[in-house]
Design a protein around this ligand. Structure first.
Ligand code: DOR
Ligand code: ZN
Length: 348
């Protein structure tokens, strides 16, 4: 039975929701990760430092007092975000990034940015104070094929933006294509990317395996096998620009199993275990610690954890459902097997 011990990992991109949904999912993340970059796409979105502070308290209140988990808050960038708000966010010490959602690109992105030029004053201040820009990198243009939306956004919007704000630190969130891997690899210093477990484990065939599979639908959508292979190479290659971000995004069962199902896959219940499968299959378990526990912390200017997490190769079956407020949550791989489990955690 194989075992691997790594410094406690962090999740550099997660959706924790709010209210009863938050209480249902936050413990899964806190069990595995020491910290997480928490997405701000609530309704209404988290657009101010004050709202981020209140949300942070609600997250901590949803967890046992001794969890030790640290939520790293983000602001939702709008065309009205002021440089003063950016300065306040940085000074707060609790906000670690600002998220750019192109308006209409994904779940709860309608308050996002239609014209990126109108955010330049905020971006300039972010570059000045050292607050990273976290990007949902897809054009929302319905005329662009859904499978090309990432490439189009990176080339048309993000490349000029990264050049214009040369000291702005940028995370291209949840990259899904070979094109994005190449884009990030060849970008200037200060540009990095997160990669989800589902984009490492599946290609778009999963959406159509024997019928339409709503629980494999997320945005950006799963891509081709060649893209998946490029992502695996990037994640397991020991390159510090690529690090862990699950994009775990829970939705109540009926809103996914629907004529117009929501985008988002819930993976927090097995997140680090799933990455271990990917690194194992690539024969690179030795590089899991860099991807999961070091490179993201380095990018965000934080220390890696001194505590450790031990994973053991001991298959377990994922439940069919978890409780989710008044409803239910269908976890990724419901009723199927995950090969690794958490064996032990140590203190520092
Ligand atoms: O699949 C997704 N779900 N992609 C996103 O960008 C948002 C997320 C959500 O909030 O549900
Ligand atoms: Zn997300």
């Amino acid at each position: 039975m194989r075992r691997i011990t790594i410094p406690r990992p962090d999740d550099w991109h997660v959706h924790l929701r709010d209210g009863a949904a938050l209480a249902a999912v936050a413990p899964f993340t806190a069990r595995r990760f020491g910290r997480a970059i928490v997405m701000p796409n609530l309704r209404p979105p988290i657009t101010t430092t004050e709202a981020a502070r209140a949300y942070r308290h609600r997250i901590l209140a949803a967890l046992p007092p001794a969890s030790g988990f640290e939520p790293l808050m983000t602001l939702y960038l709008t065309e009205s975000t002021t440089p003063e708000e950016i300065a306040r966010a940085k000074a707060s010490g609790i906000v670690h990034g600002v998220k750019l959602y192109p308006a209409g690109a994904t779940t709860h992105s309608d308050a996002g940015v239609a014209d990126v030029d109108r955010t330049f004053a905020a971006l300039e201040r972010m570059a000045e104070v050292g607050l990273p820009l976290l990007v949902h990198g897809e054009t929302p243009d319905p005329a662009v094929d859904p499978f090309d939306r990432e490439a189009r956004f990176l080339d048309d919007v993000l490349a000029p933006l990264a050049a214009r704000f040369a000291s702005l630190r940028i995370v291209v969130e949840h990259i899904t294509t070979r094109h994005a891997v190449d884009f990030v690899r060849s970008a200037r210093a200060g540009v990095a990317a997160t990669i989800t477990p589902q984009h490492l484990l599946h290609n778009r065939g999963a959406l159509f395996a024997g019928g339409l599979r709503p629980h494999y639908y997320c945005l950006p959508v799963l891509k081709r096998e060649a893209d998946r292979c490029a992502l695996v190479e990037a994640a397991t290659g020991g390159e510090s620009r690529f690090f862990l971000g699950t994009d775990s995004a829970p939705h109540e069962r009926a809103t996914k199993e629907s004529a117009c199902g929501c985008a988002g896959m819930f993976t927090a219940h097995a997140a680090i275990e799933l990455y271990a499968e990917v690194f194992e299959a690539a024969g690179r378990l030795d590089r899991l610690a860099g991807f999961a526990s070091r490179f993201g912390a380095e990018f965000y200017g934080l220390e890696p954890h001194r505590e450790t997490l031990t994973l053991v190769e001991a298959p377990w079956t994922v439940p069919d459902r978890y409780a989710f407020g008044d409803g239910q949550l269908v976890p990724y791989r419901a009723g199927e097997t995950v090969r690794w489990r958490i064996e032990a955690e140590s203190g520092a």
